[in-house]
Structures are given as C-alpha cells and as structure tokens.
Design a protein around this ligand. Structure first.
Ligand SMILES: Cc1ncc(COP(=O)(O)O)c(C=O)c1O
Length: 188
C-alpha cells in the first residue's frame, strides 16, 4: 500500500459519528481467514461479519460473481426485480422452512422486520391487544429505534423521545423470569 493511500485511525474520530469504536488497526486486504493491515502486518480475522457473513475474504468464486454482476447490472430500486435475487430467494425457500423471502440491507432491518412480522401475525391471528414483545436486557439487535428499544440497553435506546411501546424487559438469561412472565402474562 502506498504512503498516500494510508489513513490514520484518528481520522475516524474526526469524521465519523462515534456510534462504533473500531480497533486501532486498519485492515487493507484479506485472503480467506487472514487480513493484513496498512503496515502489512498479518492477522487472523476472528470477527468476520460478527458471526453473520463469515465467508472469509476474497474467495475467487465470490470475487468472480461480484465482478460479473458489477459489469452487467448495478443497483436497482424496488420498482424492478432481477434474476439473481429471485434465484437466491427460490433456493432459500427450498432449503429452509420459509415460503417467502425478505431481503434486507442490514441486520437491524432484518430484526426490525422479524419484530414487525411477529406483531402483525399476533395482531391478525389473536387481535389488536396482542402486541407485547418480551425481551432481555443487555441485548443488541440493531440500531433502528425499535431494535435498540428491544435490545434493552439505555445507552443505545434513551434520549430520543418516546420509544416504541409494549416491550417488556426481563433480566438477561433469566429463564425463570421468562417462564414466570409467560405464565403470569395477562390474557388479553
Ligand atoms: C447481535 C447483533 N444483532 C444485530 C446486529 C445489527 O446488524 P447490522 O449492524 O447489520 O444492522 C448486530 C450488529 O453488530 C449484532 O451484533
């Protein structure tokens, strides 16, 4: 990496909103499970996509697929669908329990959708009063207002005015509290 291309970690503190606290080391390239920083120091990347997209770095099959698609069709809005998305959705329905697929851009959106789906199902099937979400404290499910609210950490969810309602928090990992809450929850 040339000296002109390098950036210093302090630039993050200068120009980025501080909702994350990344490591001092700045990765420059990767291969498989390894990454190299700007000084060419080698690391094993145990973080991956925080256990979500742990596909390793620069696998040739993935690089080819990305390059081919990038040279063919770039971003589309939701007013059009496309063959790769539909083929992937079909595959997912074939190998999982699901009949339908919702593609999201982030974990927060996926979890937000899951929470909305759970509520919509309960409201449609049992009635409008069935909106309670039972969650644990010390969670993290994403940075949307609903997901930080369900996450139950004041540092992420407080200070933005009224939160989405009807979310009950129990102590983290307290299964007895969960059982008690489910057994004593008022029948609505
Ligand atoms: C456990 C967990 N859930 C959800 C999320 C949110 O995912 P994203 O950052 O893709 O919105 C994260 C992100 O760090 C996470 O660690």
């Amino acid at each position: 990496m040339s000296e002109e291309q390098k950036v210093e970690r302090k630039l993050f503190d200068e120009v980025m909103v501080p909702c994350y606290a990344p490591m001092q080391m700045i990765p420059d390239r990767g291969k498989g499970a390894r990454i190299w920083d700007q000084e060419d120091r080698e690391y094993i990347d145990f973080a991956g996509g925080i256990a979500v997209s742990c596909l390793g770095h620069c696998h040739p099959v993935m690089v080819d697929a990305l390059k081919n698609q990038a040279e063919k069709l770039w971003h589309l809005s939701n007013v059009m669908t496309n063959a790769p998305a539909l083929r992937l959705a079909k595959k997912l329905t074939e190998v999982s329990f699901a009949e339908k697929v919702f593609f999201a851009n982030s974990g927060a959106e996926a979890n937000e959708a899951a929470l909305k789906l759970a509520r919509r199902w309960a409201v449609d099937v049992h009635g409008p009063e069935k909106s309670e979400i039972i969650a644990f404290t010390q969670g993290f499910h994403g940075r949307t207002f609903f997901t930080v609210t369900v996450g139950g950490q004041a540092a992420y969810s407080d200070g933005f005015g009224p939160k989405p309602g009807d979310v009950t928090h129990l102590p983290y990992n307290d299964i007895d509290a969960l059982k008690a809450r489910c057994l004593t929850a008022p029948v609505r």
